[in-house]
Design a protein around this ligand. Structure first.
Ligand code: NOJ
Ligand code: NOJ
Length: 484
């Protein structure tokens, strides 16, 4: 028997290899302050001000624009940067993820109903894009000009996560409207256009992955497609379209079987790509942070690759282990916020073999949006445990906790698992703080040596990853307060 004491007298997790012990959180009310001794208020203040700034930035990256009247309303630019790199395009993936973020704001705060105008613009822009003719990859074209023209130069095209994310985002918007007694006629056709396409192509192996580099069957893409068809089927049933609902459900059944193949027990992590069919051949480890993003963006309440699943806990640990020694900036263990010293966690990149430096190729760097996602992962893990009131102390969870303890011994006090995970999430938030400009400007990447912003400036997705993590954190803080 292995006994891991988080803090003598608070929670003792004991564990036999085959008999996971359940820790009752509710029976042992959590008390005391944040696990760190100081700096929490300062970090929290930064998270809040970065959140405010990020929201404003996200909105200012969505057309209409005063300085570019040709941009179609509702088009989201990945970044305003027009050269080195040129990211001034509407990527289907980035745009849909950002719209999904806007929907979260609307759902959490009804006074933000002004945002609906922006979402409606996006709906109109989607109608325009879906109507374009003669595109080689049709709905799976990766990106478009901001004025709605197709992008015709060569690209790793055929990114089928795009229509899937857009499909579940519009489905979510339809639910939002229906809850308010509003009509969704104008959305349903757009949704089924995306979902019918996804149903038709998901099992093929030519898809380009979200990093726009390799072809095959990708975990991220498939998870997004599964969410789209599952939620789309529910919507179709509600609207009385049972033929569409049954067709989508049938595909989901097949997807579920395929998804099981991505877990590699021996490697201890989820594989990012199966049936590789071209593009980058150097990703030999198959260990990729997009797997973590897949769980955050697309897992549902059914245990399939959810954040607390053993597959995700184990993958998160493997990512930490591989990225910690890879980037020199990870030797920095603390940061100063308004004279308070806070511990900082590991900066994560896309995958260890990455050579994209944000402008060209040399060596890969840590990414802002991926590190924010790691913070969100820990907050959501704790939220899940808090909701259940108990935790299965699996091998994978214990290993993740132990790994973090090794690195931050003495810097994190253990006052219960929820607080512990809040503290761990905060380590990664502090990492993002460390590399974010003091005026809140975010980039796509951070130079692996100097830590300065690198690649596309004002990357919309970097801001959206921060607002998502910050929302999960607030939710966790509220849950912890209600536990005491
Ligand atoms: C290669 C990068 O790895 C990819 O992510 C990027 O989208 C393209 N180049 C275009 O910049
Ligand atoms: C490169 C990233 O790899 C890709 O996922 C993203 O869509 C584009 N940049 C635009 O942000």
């Amino acid at each position: 028997m292995r006994v891991l004491s988080l803090l003598a007298g608070t929670i003792i997790v004991s564990h036999l290899a085959s008999v996971p012990v359940v820790i009752g959180l509710r029976q042992k009310p959590l008390s005391g302050a944040h696990p760190w001794t100081s700096g929490q208020d300062e970090l929290e203040q930064w998270i809040r001000s970065q959140d405010t700034y990020s929201r404003a930035r996200i909105l200012s990256n969505i057309a209409p624009f005063a300085n570019d009247p040709s941009a179609m309303p509702g088009a989201v630019c990945a970044s305003p940067s027009r050269s080195h790199p040129d990211y001034y395009y509407a990527w289907t993936r980035d745009s849909a993820l950002v719209m999904n973020e806007l929907l979260s704001w609307m759902e959490h705060n009804s006074s933000m109903s002004g945002l609906q105008r922006t979402v409606e613009d996006y709906v109109s822009f989607t109608r325009h894009l879906q109507g374009l003719k003669g595109l080689k990859y049709g709905l799976a074209e990766a990106k478009f000009h901001m004025d709605g023209r197709p992008f015709t130069k060569s690209w790793c095209n055929g990114q089928t996560d795009g229509p899937a994310i857009r499909g579940y985002t519009l489905t979510r918007y339809a639910r939002y409207l229906m809850q308010r007694g509003r009509d969704v006629e104008h959305l349903y056709g757009l949704i089924t256009t995306d979902l019918d396409y996804v149903s038709e192509v998901w099992m093929q192996n030519w898809h380009c992955d979200i990093w726009e580099e390799s072809r095959g069957l990708h975990f991220y893409t498939l998870m997004a497609q599964r969410r789209a068809l599952t939620e789309g089927a529910r919507l179709a049933r509600r609207l009385g379209d049972s033929a569409a609902a049954s067709a989508y459900e049938r595909e989901v059944g097949l997807m579920d079987r395929r998804l099981g193949d991505f877990w590699d027990e021996r490697a201890g992590h989820v594989m990012t790509t199966l049936e590789w069919s071209g593009g980058l051949g150097s990703k030999l480890s198959q260990l990729d942070a997009q797997v973590l993003l897949a769980s955050l963006h697309s897992s549902m309440d059914d245990g399939v690759y959810t954040v607390e699943s053993r597959e995700m806990l184990s993958t998160a640990l493997r990512l930490l282990r591989v990225f910690e020694p890879l980037y020199p900036v990870n030797q920095v263990l603390s940061a100063e916020i308004n004279r308070a010293v806070v511990p900082v966690g590991v900066a994560l990149g896309r995958y260890p073999e990455d050579v994209y430096n944000g402008v060209g190729t040399s060596r890969g760097n840590p990414w802002s949006l991926v590190t924010s996602a790691l913070a969100e992962f820990h907050y959501r893990l704790a939220i899940e445990y808090a909701k259940r009131g108990s935790v299965r102390a699996s091998d994978e969870l214990l290993e993740l906790i132990q790994w973090t303890r090794r690195r931050y011994r003495g810097q994190v006090e253990f006052k219960g698992l929820l607080r512990y995970l809040l503290g761990v999430g905060d380590l990664y938030m502090a990492r993002v703080y460390l590399h974010t400009a003091r005026d809140h400007t975010m980039y796509e990447q951070w130079d692996r040596h100097s830590g300065y912003g690198q690649g596309a400036i004002h990357l919309t997705w970097s801001y959206a990853a921060h607002t998502a993590a910050s929302r999960a954190r607030s939710q966790l803080v509220d849950l912890i307060a209600s536990e005491v």
